[in-house]
Design a binder for this molecule. Structure first.
Ligand code: ADP
Ligand code: ASP
Ligand code: MG
Length: 815
């Protein structure tokens, strides 16, 4: 025989009750003779509690009563044939009248005892079970409604009553005998004390009822039917990637649910555990899915932990003082006191010096705990052997759980790394000696972020999500979005990386979507729904969204975004940028950014600052990290200048070559912006700094290409006029080079800590001799690459390759 328990969400609507009927019928048809336990319709327990509290305040409850009636009547109307409806309406109405009378009594007395409250909420389960049993009667003969308060006997701890096992067992056994051939619908959640007053077993207690009946009646399994696919690795409302576990041990399930996984009520495990009856958690809305089996053995798993659970609201009390040191009875006294007063202690840690003790309680209990402690330890407080207890509020507990942790070192390391990297401060730590659970206390505002980050860290074989905030939607930004969109499936399938662009801004508008902006229509979304752009508030929003694995991308050419990098790092957000400004300003700024990023454990990637998508920054870094020693860098890092000198050969005049480069779109509107060499200078400066030289921009010896008159011309037209005049100068250079079998190149050099950029003539033995088109080239001469330098060459400009470089940086974040 099986026990089938359906939670509130499974009996919340006409549709869900239909699904329940199918499941019960199927089980019945398969000859399993199930015993069914139902919760109240979803939301009804809360509604009844509210009505009771309103009545006690003489606030109106009639509308809620009406609502309760309507929800049940609707089910009857839709699921019971008209000819059978009347007696059901009558019985429900009678129950509702009883309820109304009780509420009126509460209202008259203006008093709500725990006992009356239990009686009031017990109507939820009684109404639903009676009603659904009547629906079922249409399909199966011998259905019977059972009010469990006659069978589950408890003490008088209303609201959270303890079950008298012996008595309960006898009563259920005799029910089993006398109703052996019946299909029973049993109210979850409720019992009664020795005087027959209705009690409840604690919120979520219907699961417990199912386990109690299952244990006494020797069920083969206890199935808990709910609205998710089993016990998931984390709360699915917070962690979207949570997935269902196939098998958990009782202890694992207990730990997970004790720390907040609402899907099963922890005491449920005990009766099942004692009789070794498996509990299976299944989804009413996806009945074909096998769900999670909770059994004796924990079972193999590919992952070191089984799940992450949390309690979102907790208060922490800290006690310190010399009076505790070496006093073996101290914690005994403290926790006996709290237990006696029914204050549940969620977690305890004590420093090894025994100078302080920290424990977590439900926020509602904190004030009471403090006054109890102050009374109990009055003498110690007066003698200054103890400091007054200190309460900290707005905290959460996060716990990783799993039996495999015992055999796997490095679990806490992984936990703390994930938290630290995301800027989450840990206030207290506790590990149970069973090593089944490591718990940390963190600020409540960080809980969602922490759960997601830790989930990513432990279920690494699952996809990692990078959350991207991008400023700049010009050529590079737009191309990057297209590349991310095109690469989405590949990254997910082959690298388990998902990129979600959640914020976009250009100089006019900004737009956010935490679920990920549709990258096919980002531009329309930005236009249609975007707000007026404001970088400060863009960054504030990014910070407030508090997402894990978060990356800020600067695809602009303006200075403003770089002024925020430091703050962005401080918010534990990585930065990827093609913008050179931050790295090529004052050295102190360059230094500060690196230090800040390192301190906060985030990445600062800017491969595209030098040579667009060509791997240059990375190669230099790898050379340095692997202990090679840089002797010299030579480079041509301006595609425009490269193009001009590669084409300034044979009959061509310099003037014509520049004109042509401009016509082909290779130059800035004012070609002097390229030919002046400032951009090249910035790239060389960044490389020199990355190679370990603390240089300021002024230290670069920037040799001019253009004669003074060209540089000083007041307009672009004037510039060209001057350039025409300079043709003979350039022709002279060209002829000289040709006569020596050489070509002219504008080459940047880093040697002995000095950076210079100058026109040079190189012969065919030089690696830069054969450069063509607008290619960039760089050669690294190092101790290892001494005789033949390491050369990187290729297109060093263009939206496609630059965006690809930004993209490569992005997927390397956090790697
Ligand atoms: P029922 O009404 O069926 O008793 P509950 O609301 O008590 O359902 O529990 C089911 C809910 O528990 C799910 O809808 C889910 O949102 C929540 N939940 C929280 N943590 C977990 C978890 N680790 N695994 C599964 N569900 C969880
Ligand atoms: N109806 C009760 C509650 O909402 C019991 C249960 O659903 O398990 O807590
Ligand atoms: Mg429940």
């Amino acid at each position: 025989m099986k026990v089938l328990k359906f939670g509130g969400t499974s009996v919340g609507t006409v549709e869900s009750i239909s699904a329940v009927l199918d499941i019960v019928k199927k089980s019945f048809d398969e000859g399993e003779k199930p015993l069914v336990v139902l919760s109240a319709m979803s939301g009804v327990t809360n509604l009844l509690t509210k009505m009771a509290e309103h009545a006690a305040e003489r606030l109106p409850f009639e509308d809620d009563l009406k609502l309760l009636e309507e929800r049940h009547f609707e089910v009857v109307k839709k699921l019971i044939a008209v000819k059978f409806q009347n007696p059901v309406f009558t019985k429900l109405k009678l129950m509702l009248n009883d309820l109304e009378e009780i509420l009126q009594g509460v209202s008259a007395l203006k008093e709500l005892s725990a006992q009356s409250k239990d009686l009031i909420v017990s109507f939820g389960e009684r109404l639903s079970n009676y009603m659904v049993s009547k629906v079922m009667e249409q399909y199966v003969a011998q259905v019977e409604f059972v009010d469990a308060s006659h069978y589950v006997k408890t003490d008088s701890n209303f609201g959270n009553a303890h079950v008298n096992e012996e008595l309960t067992q006898q009563l259920i056994q005799s029910l089993g005998h006398s109703h052996a051939d019946k299909l029973l619908f049993v109210t979850g959640f409720i019992g009664s004390n020795e005087k027959g007053r209705v009690t409840t077993l604690g919120r979520g207690g219907s699961d417990y009822t199912a386990a109690i009946f299952g244990a006494v009646l020797q069920a083969s399994t206890i199935e808990i039917w709910t609205d998710v696919n089993g016990m998931l690795t984390a709360d699915p409302r917070i962690v979207k990637k949570a997935f269902s576990q196939t098998i958990l041990s009782y202890t694992e399930a207990m730990e997970l649910s004790y720390f907040g996984a609402k899907v099963i009520y922890p005491p449920t495990m005990i009766p099942a555990f004692l009789k070794k009856i498996p509990i299976v958690i299944r989804n009413t809305f996806e009945p074909a899915f096998p769900g999670t089996t909770i059994q004796f053995e924990s079972g193999k798993s590919a992952f070191p932990i089984k799940g992450i659970s949390s309690i979102s609201d907790i208060s922490v009390i800290n006690l310190s003082g010399s009076g505790m040191i070496g006093k073996s009875g101290f914690s005994g006294r403290l926790f006996t006191l709290l237990a006696r007063e029914q204050i549940n202690v969620v977690l305890i840690t004590q420093s090894s010096s025994e100078h302080s003790i920290t424990f977590a309680v439900n926020p509602d209990d904190a004030a009471k705990a403090v006054s109890l402690i102050e009374a109990e330890f009055e003498l110690e407080l007066e003698a200054n052997k103890l400091q007054l207890p200190v309460v900290e509020e707005n905290l959460s507990v996060l716990a990783i759980v799993g039996e495999n942790m015992k055999r796997t070192p490095g679990m806490s390391g992984r936990l703390f790394y994930a938290l630290g990297r995301n800027g989450i401060n840990v206030r207290a730590i506790a590990q149970g000696s069973s090593e089944l659970n490591i718990s940390v206390i963190i600020g409540k505002e960080n809980l969602a972020k922490a759960l997601n980050a830790v989930h990513d860290a432990f279920f690494a074989a699952l996809k990692k999500t990078l959350y991207v905030f991008n400023v700049g939607t010009g050529n590079i930004g737009a191309t990057l979005f297209r590349q991310i969109r095109e690469q989405h499936d590949f990254l997910l399938d082959n690298n388990d990386i998902e990129i979600k662009v959640v914020g976009v801004s250009n100089s006019r508008k900004m737009f956010f979507d935490v679920d990920g902006i549709d990258l096919e229509h980002w531009s329309e979304s930005l236009e249609a729904s975007g707000e007026v752009a404001d970088l400060a508030s863009f960054i504030e929003r990014m910070r407030a969204m508090n997402l894990p694995n978060c990356v800020f991308i600067d695809n602009t050419a303006s200075k403003l975004p770089s002024t925020y990098y430091e703050d962005i790092f401080k918010a534990n957000i990585s930065v990827v940028t093609c913008n050179k400004i931050a790295n090529s300003g004052a050295y102190a700024q360059y230094q500060l950014l690196r230090e800040t990023a390192r301190k906060h454990g985030v990445d600062f990637f800017y491969e595209t600052n030098v040579g667009a998508g060509l791997p240059i920054v990375r190669v230099l870094k790898d050379l340095m990290l692997s202990g090679d020693r840089l002797v010299k860098i030579e480079a041509i890092l301006s595609g425009t200048i490269s193009y001009i000198f590669n084409n300034f050969v044979g009959e061509a005049s310099f003037y014509e070559t520049v004109k042509q480069a401009q016509a082909l779109g290779y130059t800035e509107p004012d070609p002097r912006d390229d030919l002046g060499g400032v951009d090249f200078m910035r790239k060389m400066l960044i490389l020199a700094r990355d190679a370990g030289h603390a240089l300021e921009p002024e230290a670069v010896d920037l040799g001019a290409i253009l004669p003074k008159a060209c540089l000083e011309a007041s307009s672009v037209d004037d510039f060209y006029a001057e350039l025409l005049k300079a043709d003979s100068y350039f022709n002279g250079l060209k002829e000289q080079a040709a006569s020596e079998g050489k070509v002219i190149r504008y080459i940047g050099k880093l040697e002995e800590g000095k950076v210079s950029i100058a026109l040079e003539m190189v012969d065919e033995n030089h690696p830069f001799y054969a450069l063509s088109g607008s290619d960039n080239i760089i050669s690294f001469t190092t101790e290892r690459y001494k005789d033949r330098p390491l050369v990187v060459k290729g297109p060093g400009a263009g939206a496609e390759v630059t965006a690809a470089g930004v993209f490569a940086d992005l997927v390397n974040v956090g790697a």
